[in-house]
Design a protein around this ligand. Structure first.
Ligand SMILES: Nc1ncnc2c1ncn2[C@@H]1O[C@H](COP(=O)(O)OP(=O)(O)OP(=O)(O)O)[C@@H](O)[C@H]1O
Length: 231
């Protein structure tokens, strides 16, 4: 069974006269360890699709199975549990400014239970070392560059050993070199752990990391299976 299996996903915002369909009959499967880039014009529904897969909002129509969890009609408690098994990375990284890099990463492990605070901090330190930030672990985000902050976000997303990574424009705010570094890191860490990645991007500079590029337009997938050009 694939970690992500979607079929016939249709989703609308608003009701009655204000109802606006933003996803139409979307089918998508992601294999273990596969890196899929989701591209398409602004407003085509990419983020909405990502938030449905991440169980951040309730489904309306269609079938979705994510990490073995059926999402259609799922209870909120099941969605919360599923979210704990997914690593999220967003454009604005969402790090807390009053915590150090290490504390930001450690905090994400609180959801997992079973670890003491000391163990969480130690694990956070290992993850920061894995993304090349061993020397920056005790700094708050304000003392890190944009690329370093995004690497903290990668460490945080991977610390809990997620079964799936969902990333929304993780390189949008970064210069070319930092953006490519973040994405390579994500790819290397994910490939060694066999974790699939679904990454929404407008950034043509990172298309070469994809196993597959999926293009959306007006709520539909228009290009289901174009292989990425070899790097
Ligand atoms: N919470 C919401 N309520 C109502 N409409 C929304 C909401 N979120 C998004 N939309 C609309 O749904 C459509 C799809 O939005 P979505 O964010 O999924 O697109 P996107 O492809 O991710 O766009 P972008 O590349 O600009 O982030 C857009 O027309 C957007 O205005």
């Amino acid at each position: 069974m694939n970690p992500v299996e979607l079929s016939g996903i249709t989703f609308a915002y608003g009701e009655g006269a204000l109802r606006r369909e933003v996803l139409r009959e979307v089918d998508l499967s992601i294999a273990p360890g596969e890196i899929v880039l989701l591209t398409g014009p602004s407003g085509s529904g990419k983020t909405t699709l990502l938030t449905l897969i991440g169980a951040l909002r309730a489904m309306q129509d269609g079938q979705a199975r994510v990490l073995g969890q059926e999402l259609a009609g799922a209870a909120e408690s099941d969605r919360v549990r599923l979210r704990g098994r997914i690593g999220f990375i967003f454009q604005n990284h969402n790090l807390l400014g009053f915590l150090t890099a290490r504390q930001n990463v450690a905090m994400s492990l609180e959801l997992h239970g079973g670890m003491s605070e000391g163990e969480r901090l130690a694990r956070a330190g290992e993850m920061l070392a894995a993304v090349g930030l061993a020397d920056h672990a005790e700094k708050p985000p304000s003392r890190l560059s944009g690329g370093q902050r995004q690497r903290v976000a990668v460490a945080r997303a991977l610390a809990g050993e997620p079964g799936l990574i969902l990333a929304d424009e993780p390189t949008a705010a970064l210069d070319k070199v930092s953006g490519q570094e973040v994405v390579r890191l994500l790819r290397d860490l994910a490939k060694t752990r066999g974790v699939p990645i679904l990454l929404v991007t407008h950034d043509p500079r990172i298309l070469d990391i994809a196993d597959r590029i999926v293009a959306m337009e007006d709520g539909r997938i228009v290009q289901p299976a174009r292989a990425a050009q070899p790097a």
